[in-house]
Design a binder for this molecule. Sequence first.
Ligand code: FAD
Length: 487
Amino acid sequence: MNLIWFRSDLRVHDNPALYAAMQDGPTIGLYFLTEMQWQIHNVAPIQQDLILRQLVTLSEELGALGVPLIVIHSSDFAGVIPAIKKAVTKYKIEQVYFNHEYEWNEAQLSELVSAQLETMNIRVKGFDDQCLIAPGKIYNKQGTFYKVFTAFKNAYLSELNEQSRPIYPLPAAQAKTDIQTDLSAIANTPIESLTNIDATEKDNWASLWPTDPGHALTLLERFVDEDILHYHELRDIPSIEGTSKLSAYLAIGAISVRQCYQAAIVISNALDNPGVKTWVVELIWRDFYRHLMVAYPEICRFKPFKMNTDQLPWKQDAKLFQAWCEGRTGYPIVDAAMRQLVATGWMHNRLRMVSAMFLTKHLFIDWRLGEQFFMQHLVDGDLASNNGGWQWSASTGVDAVPYFRIFNPTRQSQRFDENGEFIRQYVPELAKLDNKSIHQPNKQQQTLCGYVAPIVDHKTSVAQTKKHFKQLSDLIPNNTNKEYGLS
Ligand SMILES: Cc1cc2nc3c(=O)[nH]c(=O)nc-3n(C[C@H](O)[C@H](O)[C@H](O)COP(=O)(O)OP(=O)(O)OC[C@H]3O[C@@H](n4cnc5c(N)ncnc54)[C@H](O)[C@@H]3O)c2cc1C
């Protein structure tokens, strides 16, 4: 009997490990519910709920293939090792299949599990699934990782035909085994962070982020049929559904990046079309941050890519931080963005940049606090992309925005939410203001609307931040590679 150990790959289509396991013989599926680990990794309750619902869908889809799925409660990663050994003995498993995960803890777990199972004479096979091209395969002429995204992207695009992992068909159904699907761990394990969520809120999550069979694929098809050709024009407007909203499903592996890429390029002359091209580049940003995380695993351990930026005198100010978290900064676009995050588990990409830059460059608060808050609320929380986005915005990352190019939130608002539609949706107290005032209400309007005054002054705070960065680069030039001991 073969076993597929499901992780962030909760799908039956284009799943390398599942496909290989079923090709090699009768297969059962296993998933470990690691509630404690979720807490340690700040997995948002909304994402936990998405995973639990997707597991039910996965069990149905696997059922149609004759594959039972067993969910086991194991608290944290340490508990996975004895639990998988026990399951291997119980179900008389000969071969274990899994798709690689590239985060530090997850990669360590794969190695430990493989080593332990091999001592039991179990064959273990790991597959590269999460990127179009597996991390570690795209290096520059010096044999090191690219430090500039455009150069990485060009190399990636030119290697895609040669090196992209294949797309895997749906496996043929197998004869039913005697082993029964068992999801009782989902119902029997009270997940602490979900126990206080009422039914109405959970219904809201389920309608925002459905997990019906085939949902993610339908979303992809609809996006490619209806929106992708205009993506480059509409993707920056938060009041419009101009992006795919696939990130939540990509994060838990309900759909693969390979499927996304494939769907985009089947459009004729696809990469000549600016919409398709721009979208594919976004998929490559996602892969870039995964490749980066493998090249510089310190990123998973709270370290900035530019090591010298750890010396910045970030402000400790709980009140300012709280105001940002709760959408009470007095900058309407930032507040609308933060309220969208808390209400829906998702934030528009342009606004992720605006709000991350506001926290780090206006409030001068450590990017790691923002990174953690995002993880705790995002339905698409993903260590590599979240860390990459935060370090880009904070100017601490690889190919990050230069520290002196600081977004003016009011100008961003005027440019990308011209008529204030997005602000009106999430900051209803400002809804009656005219299209001009809504971006920056004056004192009288603030009082009238019951809206807060700006918690910091744009010009002063930005000048102070630039001073800190300038002093830092004068005092301690960045020498990332040396500090990491990497070539
Ligand atoms: C501060 C910050 C934090 C972020 N945190 C996350 C996160 O935790 N999880 C996450 O998936 N994305 C994150 N992103 C990237 C991006 O904002 C989201 O992927 C995107 O908004 C998801 O919406 P979509 O699926 O409609 O994307 P689309 O615009 O349709 O793009 C398609 C896919 O490409 C990938 N993608 C798009 N933009 C980026 C990007 N800038 N970086 C990396 N991948 C990208 C995503 O997988 C996305 O689903 C973050 C960005 C910033 C600036």
